[in-house]
Design a protein around this ligand. Structure first.
Ligand code: IPE
Ligand code: IPE
Ligand code: MG
Length: 265
């Protein structure tokens, strides 16, 4: 039987730290409601949890952290909440990009930036450029992102750049046009806030990610909560279609961190 041309062929060694963690940060509104605060207070507190997650990922030796900040569907929220979220995004970037750079973190944004005003889009571009050579952690924010949008825009780009491929193209021809083509697929997907759905996040890339759902609301998600998620991941046997007995003799994917590379933030 020929090998499938699927990109999910290599097996990371069991028990390793995930190279790439992708998180749906959910539950800000409910965190605020429990405290009789307006929803926006939950979003503000959510930014603190982002800082904590970045620090904890560096300490654990995670290479890529991707956070879902605003989905292509979140425009359907009340206008004042959307406006607040946009302002919070921009003001947080203004404060944090320099600090990210000082800490050796590369900053990336994925999503349809055409809906952002030109000043914000330019600011994002500058932040990406400033931090482009940093390697300590690749930190990606998904803003106005949708997994279906990503697949559609990749198909569109492939059709424009390589019209000759239309009759016969493979996964690599398409996936190089995805917004996050610079990163390996997430090893671990986390969703806080108790909902068990993917909400149009990285649809293609999550094909073989380990899924972890927690009731913890995003503003309460701290280093300890991340550690629990990683410990759960480390118990999983990733078979990618095979049976357990086959895994002993499999080539191991290069680049997974063996021991948590404890780094000071
Ligand atoms: C996630 O928290 C933040 C964004 C979607 C921007 P929510 O705002 O969805 O919080 P809940 O789900 O209403 O508690
Ligand atoms: C998903 O959260 C998007 C982000 C966290 C940015 P939502 O709270 O908007 O998800 P749904 O729409 O309830 O699934
Ligand atoms: Mg929500």
């Amino acid at each position: 039987m020929p090998q499938s041309p699927s990109s999910t062929r290599e097996i990371p060694e069991k028990g390793k730290i995930p190279r790439h963690i992708a998180i749906i940060m959910d539950g800000n509104g409910r965190w605020a409601k429990k405290r009789f605060l307006p929803r926006i207070a939950g979003h503000r507190q959510g930014v603190e949890a982002v800082r904590g997650a970045i620090k904890a990922c560096i300490e654990q030796g995670v290479e890529y952290l991707t956070l879902f900040a605003f989905s292509s569907e979140n425009w359907r929220r009340p206008e004042e909440e959307v406006t607040f979220l946009m302002q919070l995004f921009v003001s947080t970037l203004e404060h944090e990009v320099i600090k990210l750079n000082e800490n050796g973190i590369r900053f990336k944004v994925i999503g349809d930036l055409s809906k952002f005003d030109s000043k914000t889009a330019e600011f994002i571009r500058q932040g990406e450029e400033l931090t482009a050579n940093n390697t300590r952690l690749i930190f990606t924010v998904a803003a106005n992102y949708g997994g279906r949008w990503d697949i559609m825009q990749a198909v569109r780009k492939m059709m424009i750049h390589s019209p000759n491929l239309l009759e016969n193209f493979n996964e690599a021809d398409l996936s190089k046009h995805f917004a996050m083509s610079y990163a390996p697929d997430p090893d671990l997907f986390i969703r806080t806030g108790g909902e068990c759905r993917v909400s149009n996040f990285l649809l293609w890339q999550l094909a073989y990610s380990e899924l972890y759902f927690t009731d913890t609301l995003w503003p309460d998600f701290d280093a300890n909560a991340l550690d629990l998620a990683i410990k759960s991941f480390q118990q999983r046997e990733r078979r990618f279609g095979r049976i357990s007995e086959q895994l002993q003799n499999m080539p191991v994917e290069k680049g997974m961190t063996t021991i948590a590379a404890k780094k000071k933030f």
